[in-house]
Design a protein around this ligand. Structure first.
Ligand SMILES: [Zn+2]
Length: 143
């Protein structure tokens, strides 16, 4: 019987909804779904240059689980590059300490403290905001 997927912590969702290749013809077929936790693994290991143990602690998973997430992310990105496929990001099995919003007027991404009643963009004051990541509860950590 397969184990249920445990949630992986991300500090923030990616700053984009996806990537598209250009200069090729077949980039709009079968986009590759990169999970938020896979993006986070790439960010922590390859951008912030953390070792797997440090990154695993931040994401609330074992080092072995982090290594699996990281490997899946690298393979997906490699496949997207070689096969000239789009990448779209989806929340997957992740959660964050904060609820994240996107402003559809100025395209900024932000969080709103719970004490603020009126939800508007902190940069342009637009009310055209959407929730992009709302997984702050049901936190479970892998031991
Ligand atoms: Zn705005």
């Amino acid at each position: 019987m397969p184990r249920s997927k445990l949630q992986r912590k991300v500090i923030a969702p990616p700053r984009f909804k996806g990537f598209k290749p250009y200069g090729c013809v077949n980039h709009d077929e079968n986009p590759i779904e990169l999970l938020y936790e896979e993006y986070e693994a790439i960010k922590l290991a390859d951008y912030k240059l953390m070792n797997h143990q440090e990154a695993a602690v931040l994401m609330g998973v074992s080092r072995a689980t982090f290594a699996r997430i990281y490997e899946k992310a690298r393979r997906k990105i490699a496949r997207a590059l070689v096969e000239t496929r789009e990448i779209i990001t989806i929340s997957g099995n992740s959660f964050s300490d904060q609820k994240w919003f996107l402003c559809n007027s100025c395209h900024s991404r932000f969080t709103i403290p719970r004490k603020i009643e009126k939800k508007c963009c902190p940069l342009c004051r637009s009310l055209k905001i959407e929730t992009i990541f709302d997984r702050t509860s049901d936190m479970r950590f892998e031991i």
